[in-house]
Design a binder for this molecule. Structure first.
Ligand code: ADP
Ligand code: TRP
Length: 322
C-alpha cells in the first residue's frame, strides 16, 4: 500500500481527456487499496482566480466531478487544500531553503512571463507550495500529467535540501507517477483533446450535447460500403477507451466494410453511456445534497490534517521552532 497524493486545480470543467488521463487513474489507485489524498488546490487557483463566487462555485463543482467518477470518501481523503492551513506554514519553511534560481527556471512562471502576463508572487512561488502539498502528507507517489513533472522534481529537490540543511529525516522522498497517465486522448478535430484547442467533450456535458459532439467528430469520406481503417479514426480511438473489450469486434466491422461512420458513432455513444451513466447519476445525487458534500470535504480535511500535523511536528523540531 502506497500513500498517493494529487491535487486538482478548480479551474474549468473536466473533459474526456482529463477523465481517461487522470481522474480514472485515481479511482484505480483507490481500488488497489492505496491510501489516497486528493485535494482541490484552491490556494493554487488563487494565483489566477480573483473572484470569491467563482472560487466557491468551481471548488464545489470539482468536488462533485470527483465524487461522480467514483472516489469513495469512506476510503480516501477528498478535501480542500486551504482546509489544511499547515501547508502554507510548510511552504514558508521550504521557501527558506529554496534557491531563488530554482523558481526562475519553473515552467509555469516562465510561460506566464513569455506571454507577458503579470506574475504575482503566488505564481512565482507556486512550486514551493506544491512541494509542501506533496511533502506534508509523506506521499510516496504523485500521479500527475507530464506538464507537472518538473514540479514533483522540485518537491524531491526541496525534500533533499531540507533534510540535508537540518540534518534530519523529517521529510520523505516522493516519486512522480507519469507513465500511466501518458496515453493521449484525441479531441473532436483529431488533435490532442485540450481546453486550449477548443476540441473537447466535457465529461459531464448534458447527454444531448454530449451525443451531438460525438456526431461532430471529424472523419474521412470513405463511402459506407468500403473497408475502413479503425486505427486511423478518432471515433474508434475514443471507442477503445470506453470499451477496450469490445474494440476488436468493432475493428472487424470497420475492416469488413458496409458500416458508415454514423453507425460507428452510435456504437461510441452507447459505449460512453455504459461507462458514464453511473457517474452521471452519482454526480446528480451529490449535487442534490450540498450539505453532504460539505461534510465529505470536512471529514477529508480532518483525515489529511491529522497527517499534516504529525509532519509539522517533525519539521518544527528540525528547524528549532516550537
Ligand atoms: P487541458 O490540456 O485541457 O488544459 P489540463 O492540462 O488541465 O488539460 O490536464 C489535467 C490533467 O488531465 C493532466 O493530468 C493531463 O495530463 C490530463 N489530460 C489532459 N488532456 C489529456 C488528453 N487529451 N489525454 C490524456 N490526458 C489528458
Ligand atoms: N499544479 C497542479 C496542476 O496544475 C495541481 C496541484 C497542486 C498538484 N498541488 C499539487 C498536483 C500537488 C499534484 C500534487 O495540475
Amino acid at each position: 500500500m502506497k500513500t498517493v497524493l494529487s491535487g486538482v486545480k478548480p479551474t474549468g470543467v473536466p473533459h474526456i481527456g482529463n477523465y481517461f488521463g487522470a481522474m480514472k487513474q485515481f479511482v484505480q489507485l483507490q481500488e488497489q487499496g492505496n491510501e489516497l489524498f486528493i485535494f482541490i488546490a484552491d490556494y493554487h487557483a488563487l494565483t489566477s482566480v480573483h473572484d470569491a463566487a467563482e472560487m466557491r462555485a468551481n471548488t464545489r463543482s470539482v468536488a462533485l466531478d470527483y465524487l461522480g467518477v467514483g472516489l469513495d470518501p469512506a476510503r480516501i481523503a477528498l478535501f480542500r487544500q486551504s482546509d489544511v492551513p499547515e501547508v502554507t506554514e510548510l511552504s514558508w519553511i521550504l521557501g527558506c531553503v529554496c534557491p531563488k534560481g530554482m523558481m526562475d527556471r519553473a515552467h509555469a512562471f516562465k510561460d506566464a512571463q513569455a506571454k507577458n502576463e503579470s506574475v504575482n508572487i503566488g505564481l512565482y512561488t507556486y512550486p514551493v507550495l506544491m512541494a509542501a502539498d506533496i511533502l506534508i502528507y509523506d506521499a510516496d507517489l504523485v500521479p500527475v500529467g507530464q506538464d507537472q513533472k518538473q514540479h514533483v522534481e522540485y518537491a524531491q529537490d526541496l525534500q533533499e535540501k531540507f533534510n540535508h540543511t537540518f540534518s534530519c529525516d523529517a521529510l520523505k522522498r516522493p516519486e512522480p507517477m507519469i507513465g500511466a497517465l501518458s496515453a493521449t486522448v484525441i479531441g473532436l478535430d483529431g488533435r490532442k483533446m485540450s481546453k486550449s484547442y477548443d476540441n473537447t467533450i466535457e465529461l459531464f456535458e448534458p447527454k444531448k450535447s454530449f451525443d451531438k459532439k460525438i456526431k461532430s467528430i471529424v472523419t474521412d469520406s470513405t463511402p459506407v460500403e468500403e473497408p475502413k481503417d479503425p486505427e486511423n479514426c478518432s471515433v474508434f480511438k475514443l471507442y477503445k477507451l470506453f470499451d477496450p473489450a469490445g474494440a476488436p469486434a468493432l475493428a472487424e466491422k470497420y475492416r469488413a466494410g458496409g458500416m458508415g461512420y454514423g453507425h460507428a458513432k452510435n456504437f461510441l455513444i452507447e459505449a460512453a453511456d455504459r461507462e458514464l451513466n453511473p457517474h452521471r447519476e452519482r454526480r446528480a445525487k451529490f449535487e442534490a445534497d450540498p450539505s453532504l458534500v460539505e461534510k465529505i470535504l470536512a471529514d477529508g480535511a480532518e483525515k489529511a490534517r491529522a497527517k499534516a500535523c504529525k509532519t509539522m511536528e517533525r519539521v518544527r523540531k528540525a528547524v528549532g521552532i516550537s
